[in-house]
Write a protein that binds this ligand. Structure first.
Ligand SMILES: [Fe+2]
Length: 299
């Protein structure tokens, strides 16, 4: 086993190799932000921290990072590009192959966001739909760094030049602040502001009314599903003791906005509803009296 001085020398050589490899890959792969390349190179090097034989580590790291770059053809955001199109394409690259169920869920959330966005001012709609496409990219292995997917996703997007508002919406979606506190990451999440407005509420609403398979579900069903799937020790489940009320309030504010603008939130606020065609939550029901008909308007 190498002694302490030898370990220090190895580490220094490793740091030089990281810098050399990063510089090379940045030249070859300009579509990736420097931070992305740095993270991937550093992460691959870290896997060999305790390796007694280090001669081949730079070659192995370079091979692994190149494979990752080829498998993740993410391009930086450019304002001339349609934000929603870019968001959909990036989410597909990151999720569809590696995490197909998460991709199904994301498609459902984005679909819901498209429907809900009509209650927002026109200038806000693309922001909501783009954030919906991107909200869970932090689960993808090329993005995951701290393990708090909302923070990792937001940082990844910031490095790619995505508008800061979309990054912040992703950072704080669906009660992320409470999970960050439990995991000791509150300070890092605070890099991004929580705007606490209708767009943010609508993103929470869409996420918390969509099952892991992308189907519409009620808020209560979604919470029950999260608890049973993740188990009691998971920070997301433990955070429900802190943020369940905040989550419910965001859902209810969006539901109220939908009701006020003549659109029934249907399956979201009814615990017994199972799909978007389920009976609505309006007094009298969707096919009920004239008040219900007025509430629904043209859908
Ligand atoms: Fe989600």
């Amino acid at each position: 086993m190498p002694g302490t001085l030898e370990k220090i020398a190895h580490r220094r050589r490793g740091e030089q190799e990281i810098r050399r490899l990063e510089a090379l890959l940045r030249l070859e792969q300009p579509q990736f932000a420097p931070g992305v390349v740095h993270e991937w190179v550093a992460r691959e090097f870290a896997r060999f921290d305790d390796a007694p034989v280090r001669a081949y580590i730079p070659i192995l790291v370079e091979r692994a990072v190149r494979a990752r770059l080829r498998a993740t053809p993410v391009v930086p955001y450019w304002p001339a590009v349609e934000l929603v199109d870019w968001a959909r394409g990036t989410a597909e690259i990151l999720l569809a192959g590696e995490l197909p169920r998460r991709w199904q869920h994301t498609r459902g959330v984005a679909g819901r966001a498209s429907e809900v966005s009509v209650v927002l001012p026109p200038g806000e709609r693309a922001v909501l739909v783009a954030a919906a496409w991107l909200h869970d990219i932090g689960y993808a292995s090329p993005v995951s760094a701290t393990g708090l997917h909302s923070l990792d996703g937001a940082r990844f997007l910031a490095r790619l030049g995505v508008p800061s508002r979309v990054c912040a919406l992703v950072a704080h979606h669906s009660g992320a602040a409470a999970v960050a506190s439990l995991r000791g990451l509150a300070g890092q999440l605070a890099e991004f502001p929580d705007e606490r407005g209708p767009v943010r509420d609508a993103l929470w609403y869409c996420d918390m009314s969509t099952s892991p398979w992308g189907e519409p579900v009620s808020f209560e069903q979604r919470m029950a599903e999260i608890q049973s799937r993740r188990g009691p020790e998971d920070p997301v489940v433990r955070a429900l003791a802190i943020n369940r009320g905040e989550r419910a309030a965001a859902v209810e504010r969006t539901a109220e906005l939908l009701r006020r603008t003549g659109r029934c939130p249907a399956s979201v606020t009814r615990s017994d509803a199972r799909s978007s065609t389920s009976p609505c939550c309006c007094p009298g029901g969707c096919s009920g009296g004239s008040s219900a008909v007025r509430r629904h308007g043209a859908r």
